[in-house]
Ligand binder design. Structure first.
Ligand SMILES: C[S@@+](CC[C@H](N)C(=O)[O-])C[C@H]1O[C@@H](n2cnc3c(N)ncnc32)[C@H](O)[C@@H]1O
Length: 341
């Protein structure tokens, strides 16, 4: 049986791989030093669930970051980035009293939720492929949309190997490192947008929590998220609360003169198996009714095998033909794209 400490050790390795030595150090300290007999240690070591699925170490790291950001932990704040990576003993001395606060146990009870707008840097070239193939404006349907930031690609300036899509004058610039041929240079026209999430985030109410789950030594991600929240909260996208499969059954319709695009990023692995099966069936059923005047696309930026450390892939299935293509491999946060199509 693997528990909290195994998960935290695994998380430390993963944070190192993804470029957050600071979060890796926090996770390592939790493994080695969190006292099992104190309230937080008792809660985590005795967790009544799957420590890996519940990403327990990231809950704790998020709780610490939330208290640092809100100004409730000044001693700890002085050791947080942009300060250089602290000495392990110093960091532990500052973080251990904060860990035992009741607010920390309340934070840990909630599941981490993020909405990574950098993934628009991977999704947008996929949307451009649909626009180029169909010549139509797009009707977006996002599954597992979180706060819906990736439903607004036309409000961001997205740069891909010299091709600019979206709003060229946007204050939010997304420009992944790019390898391979550029995406098609066609306008990104969005005719409609709607998302679903079992637990949608509110761009105003949940902004602090969303920012807390970002890693403190990744200032570019933090700045990008702050800009996206500011930009999107003025006119937020609609994200309905509910299950992705039920949403598709009720809401997915094809409209003459528009290309319907069902898309999701790093979400499918979190859906229950029944939901996954219903989504596949619904896509095939609706796909069978698609025509060139009302086509259907299924764009997925997902881990092919969530347990493996291979990069997630971008895939596109397009009806009426039903052809399925591998478009790209990309960094899970969208910082780099290897275009394969
Ligand atoms: C890792 S987040 C990714 C969010 C967003 N797609 C992004 O790329 O930033 C996965 C999301 O899937 C949502 N989710 C999990 N199960 C779901 C379901 N059955 N139906 C709809 N959304 C679900 C979660 O609430 C969470 O917001």
């Amino acid at each position: 049986v693997s528990g909290f400490r195994d998960q935290a050790r695994w998380q430390a390795g993963w944070c190192t791989t993804l470029g957050s030595p600071f979060t890796a150090l926090i996770c390592t300290l939790l493994v080695d030093r969190l006292p099992g007999e104190a309230p937080l240690g008792r809660l985590l070591d005795g967790w009544q669930g799957d420590a890996f699925a519940d990403v327990l170490a990231l809950r704790v790291a998020g709780g610490l970051h939330a208290m640092v950001r809100s100004g409730d932990a000044p001693a700890l704040r002085s050791l947080y980035p942009p300060a250089p990576l602290p000495d392990a003993d110093l960091l532990w001395a500052a973080m251990s009293p904060v860990l035992e606060r009741p607010e920390m146990r309340a934070f840990v009870a909630r599941s981490p939720q993020t909405n990574e707008v950098g993934r628009s840097g991977v999704l947008v070239p996929g949307l451009l492929e649909v626009a180029a193939a169909t010549g139509l404006p797009l009707d977006l349907f996002e599954l597992g949309a979180s706060a819906g930031l990736n439903l607004l690609p036309d409000r961001y300036r997205v740069e891909m190997a010299g091709v600019v899509a979206g709003d060229p004058g946007s204050c939010l610039r997304i420009s992944p490192r790019w390898e391979g041929r550029p995406p098609p240079e066609v306008p990104l026209r969005i005719a409609g947008r709607l998302g679903v999430d079992v637990a949608p985030l509110d761009l105003v109410r949940d902004a602090d929590r969303m920012l807390a789950y970002l890693w403190p030594d990744q200032p570019e991600r933090l700045a990008r998220m702050e800009a996206a929240v500011a930009l999107a909260s003025a006119d937020p996208p609609e994200v309905l609360a509910g299950d992705a499969a039920a949403f598709l059954d009720e809401r997915l319709t094809l409209t003459e003169g528009r290309a319907a695009v069902v898309f999701h990023s790093i979400a499918f692995q979190y859906f229950p198996d029944t939901t996954k099966a219903r989504i596949r069936a619904r896509m095939a059923t609706v796909g069978a009714t698609a025509t060139p005047e009302r086509p259907l696309a299924w764009l997925r930026f997902e881990a092919d095998d969530p347990a493996a450390s291979t990069p997630p892939t971008l895939r596109l299935q397009l009806w009426p033909e039903g052809t399925d293509r591998l478009l790209a491999e990309a960094h899970p946060h969208g910082t780099s794209v290897r275009w394969l199509a």
